[in-house]
Ligand binder design. Structure first.
Ligand SMILES: Cc1cc2nc3c(=O)[nH]c(=O)nc-3n(C[C@H](O)[C@H](O)[C@H](O)COP(=O)(O)OP(=O)(O)OC[C@H]3O[C@@H](n4cnc5c(N)ncnc54)[C@H](O)[C@@H]3O)c2cc1C
Length: 557
């Protein structure tokens, strides 16, 4: 879409012409007509590319028109990527005007137009956007796993969720569709749904998500039972993945056991914008799958869908003797390892209300989401939670947002929040408190626009505008499975280093910084007491633990 550069852009995008139809438009209106025509004929739009000259500084109406057009196209094709390109002469000058829209997510990227052939930097960015589009479209073009079911029952949904988080392209077919009928014919068992067809297994009707995970990614008892690994990592969030990449790359035989899907909490984030090295952001799923592939390349073995249920030493109790080894127990078999890294993270308490899951990462955030706060400029924002973290988040958000409402079910904040924060909130004209109410639904066109709020006394429901919802409902550590010998704080987070009670120090010396009260057992990431609860902090700890593991194993690092 460009007045002056449409032909040039069509030529530049020529390398994609085999797989995509490239459609030029000289105005936003023509592009809208083309979108409607494509949509009406059942096609999909992968990307809009708009010349920055369509956003002129001197005619705000035109600029508003293009932004309105982007908004309209988003309604017609919510999954299409939106790219703004500028010729070299205008790039810096236009950047000043476009920066705010970029930060607010009105478009996905702002790039310099190629200035000659083989501008691979430009095309890398385009390919990344197309790759992201490919993984978010409702129906993938290429599928590795096929499911057949008459509808979306709970098991079918859970299997699809698992496959999504693992980055495994899949598609659901009706039993009476052509492909569905073929799969039903290839199934030898009794009628049951869903049926699953994949390159890893004959057509079958799994009873659980774990069966699917096991069929695709194997079982822990697939390891030679006599083998003792150097390192077993429990949990494949950013902390566990980093420990796997660094451990395996430094020659340790490494196994990762993950209860759900690789990626942990970060894997549920639709766009991580503050992780070093990804200027256009990266979806948590992609970051996790890249890290998993990196770890596999160095020899790590992953077992996905297996919850660790306990650790013992030589099958009895944890002794911590360096000559022995730890045994990590799962339903699918045990893993023996000389060192164990606990990276089982925390789970934010979820808000169970219609619309919340679909809009998570698109206006709805768990935790204080510092990066998202900047995108709230001029918006009405709701913070749910009455603890100190909610108070701090509200004050931080008030620097950007037009209004911030703290919503609690209690009568006020006095019982749950520190006085100094309550004072700051009372003083801040942008922050207000709504007590005795709760969010009962959320909705919007591609991102959060409104909330239904229920009065806890009258049950009356009122709809209100909100472009941001920050859920600070508290986080619970994943640690029920840990033996008592691994000492935790009163909230259940694992103590390491100098935080381990002095009575457990050996010869008056504290354990190493990431070592727990049990020698040879380490803890990293969100599960560790005092950790930062961020992707970069978790992956930093995951990599930092490896020299300590080397030292424990008595090897040079
Ligand atoms: C929606 C969302 C968005 C976020 N966005 C950002 C962001 O933009 N930037 C940022 O810096 N931070 C963000 N965070 C925070 C960040 O994701 C976490 O700090 C980070 O993931 C912590 O990593 P971790 O590896 O310690 O734990 P987790 O990511 O929690 O991973 C722990 C893993 O261990 C597994 N596990 C638990 N128990 C067991 C068991 N018994 N056996 C086997 N496996 C087990 C879990 O299934 C999980 O996969 C976000 C968090 C959420 C929820």
């Amino acid at each position: 879409m460009s007045h002056d550069n449409a032909a040039f852009l069509v030529d530049e995008f020529g390398r994609y012409a085999r797989d995509y139809d490239i459609r030029p438009a000289t105005s936003a209106r023509i592009a809208s007509d083309i979108s409607t025509e494509i949509e009406a004929t059942g096609g999909q739009v992968a990307m809009y590319v708009a010349d920055s000259s369509l956003f002129p500084s001197d005619t705000p109406e035109d600029q508003a028109n293009v932004l309105a057009a982007f908004h309209t196209w988003r309604q017609v094709v919510p999954t299409a990527k939106r790219l703004v390109v500028a010729p070299w002469e205008r790039f810096l000058q236009d950047a000043n005007r476009l920066r705010a829209g970029l930060a607010k997510g009105k478009y996905d990227a702002y790039l310099l137009m190629p200035r000659g052939k083989r501008d691979e930097e430009f095309h890398t960015a385009v390919c990344e956007l197309l790759s992201d589009w490919g993984s978010t479209v409702a129906q993938p073009e290429i599928e590795t796993v096929r499911l057949v079911a008459p509808g979306q029952d709970a098991l079918t949904l859970a299997i699809r969720d698992f496959l999504d988080r693992m980055g495994m392209p899949h598609r659901l077919y009706a039993p009476d569709s052509e492909i569905g009928r073929g799969i039903v014919q290839r199934h030898n068992g009794a009628e049951a749904w869903p049926l699953v067809e994949s390159p890893y297994h004959d057509v079958w009707a799994p009873a659980t998500v774990r069966e699917v995970a096991g069929a695709i990614y194997g079982r822990p008892d697939g390891i030679d039972l006599e083998a003792v690994m150097d390192l077993c990592i429990v949990g494949a969030g950013p902390a566990g993945l980093a420990a796997a990449v660094y451990g395996a790359s430094e020659g340790l035989t490494t196994v990762v056991v993950e209860a759900e899907a690789v990626g942990g909490q970060a894997g549920t984030s639709s766009m991580i914008r503050n992780y070093l090295g990804f200027p256009r952001g990266i979806s948590g799923m992609r970051l996790a799958q890249r890290a998993r592939n990196q770890a596999i390349r160095f020899g790590t073995r992953f077992f996905t869908g297996w919850e660790v249920e306990g650790i013992s030493s030589d099958g009895q109790s944890l002794s911590g003797s360096p000559s022995g080894h730890h045994v990590v127990h799962t339903d699918g078999g045990d893993v023996r390892a000389r060192a164990v890294v606990i990276a089982s993270g925390v789970a934010y308490r979820k808000l169970r209300a219609p619309g919340i899951d679909d809009l998570t990462g698109r206006g709805v955030f768990y935790g204080s989401a510092m990066t998202a706060a900047r995108e709230m400029e001029g918006y009405d924002v709701v913070v749910v939670g009455g603890g100190n973290s909610a108070g701090q988040a509200a004050i931080h958000l008030a620097r950007f947002a037009k209004s911030v409402t703290i919503m609690v079910r209690r009568a006020g904040l006095e019982e749950t929040m520190s006085r100094y924060l309550i004072n700051e909130i009372e003083w801040n004209p942008r922050v207000s408190v709504a007590s005795r109410c709760e969010v009962s639904a959320a909705g919007g066109d591609g991102r959060l626009e409104w909330l239904d709020v229920k009065d806890c006394d009258t049950d009356e429901v009122m709809r209100r505008n909100a472009e941001g919802l920050f859920l600070l409902l508290g986080a619970e550590p994943h640690c029920d499975w840990l033996p008592e010998a691994v000492v935790r704080d009163e909230r259940g987070f694992v103590l390491t280093g100098r935080d381990v009670p002095k009575t457990l120090w050996a010869e008056g010396l504290p354990p190493e910084s990431l070592a727990t009260s049990v020698p040879g057992v380490f803890a990293v990431g969100d599960i560790r007491a005092g950790s930062m609860k961020r992707v970069a902090a978790a992956s930093g700890e995951g990599s930092s633990v490896v020299p300590l593991v080397h030292a424990w194993l008595g090897e040079p690092d």
